[in-house]
Design a protein around this ligand. Structure first.
Ligand code: SAH
Length: 284
């Protein structure tokens, strides 16, 4: 990806900070920049989503299976500054409406988060696009044009997993809620989701431990945020690899963290404020 392709709106508000490459002190850094003011909200209250669903009707003249509906979403993302072509192409190809309850399908291409059951939500498209574009800006991905071997924490409904299958060589995705894991597995087994990376390896377990047997990973992405980045994720990041995940910042809010592993060690960057569901321990 060229500099021109990088997502622009947040770039100015995304000061780079190099941190000591110490796994036991990722949250340290008196020299950290102040948090970016904009607050992206990948999730929103379930009652709001349900209320909006009851009010809306499908886009006139366009079935949800129409590629045109998805291209409209992609055009909006592009207009908002997402310039990473592989990500936009993947989002144009994957039918988001197939990952949500049919009652909410008519909202699937709006920039909104939606409930996926078990008290969880699918992140809004602009946030998914932003995270994937940040991942594509990692050293390995820029060099190879692929996210390589990916570890995803928080399979949820499997939408982002389906996108990753188009952008990576191999995808390992972990979900702690069994019901979500099973549903994502059934859904992603459909031939329409078969893509470049083949079948994803879906695991039901606590993703804070990562999955060392299939690591190290060129790309690690989490859709749930805790107080600090679990050390296992950093350990399982390959040289040249990039991790993007929400984590609590010094002010107690949540922001997107990027960790790159270069030949000389780790570097950390803090990006915009976000609000993801909590990274929980154990399974259910
Ligand atoms: N990318 C997902 C987003 C789902 S929301 C999608 O497209 O639907 C975040 C998910 O992270 C939830 O499903 C939640 O159950 C899961 N999660 C939270 N803590 C986790 C953990 N420790 N390990 C694995 N998954 C976790």
């Amino acid at each position: 990806m060229t500099a021109k392709d990088r997502p622009r709106p947040d770039a100015a508000a995304a000061p780079k900070a190099r941190f000591p490459a110490l796994l036991d002190r990722p949250a340290q850094g008196a020299s950290r920049p102040a948090p970016a003011p904009a607050l992206a909200r990948p999730q929103r209250p379930l009652h709001e989503a349900a209320r909006d669903a009851a009010r809306r009707t499908p886009p006139a003249g366009l079935g949800l299976d129409s590629e045109a509906v998805r291209w409209r979403m992609v055009a909006r993302l592009r207009a908002e500054g997402i310039g990473c072509e592989p990500v936009l192409q993947a989002m144009a190809a994957v039918p988001r409406h197939r990952f949500v309850d049919p009652a909410l399908a008519n909202q699937a291409y709006e920039d909104t988060s939606l409930p996926i059951g078990q008290g969880q939500t699918i992140s809004k498209p602009s946030v998914v696009a932003r995270m994937l574009a940040l991942l594509f800006d990692g050293e390995q991905a820029r060099r190879s044009g692929s996210l390589g071997r990916v570890l995803e924490i928080g399979t949820g409904c499997g939408y982002q997993t389906a996108l990753l299958l188009r952008l990576a060589r191999q995808v390992v995705s972990i979900e702690r809620v069994q019901a979500l894991h099973e549903r994502a597995r059934t859904r992603l087994a459909a031939p329409e989701f078969a893509a470049g990376a083949g079948s994803p390896r879906l695991l039901w377990r606590d993703g804070r431990d990562g999955h060392a047997p299939l690591g190290p990973y060129d790309t690690i992405v989490a859709a749930a945020g805790g107080d600090a980045l679990p050390p296992a994720w950093i350990d399982q990041l390959a040289v040249g690899g990039r991790l993007v995940a929400p984590a609590v910042d010094a002010a107690g809010g949540q922001c997107l963290m990027i960790v790159d592993r270069g030949p000389a060690g780790l570097s950390w960057q803090r990006h915009e404020a976000v609000r993801f569901v909590p990274l929980k321990s154990g399974t259910e």
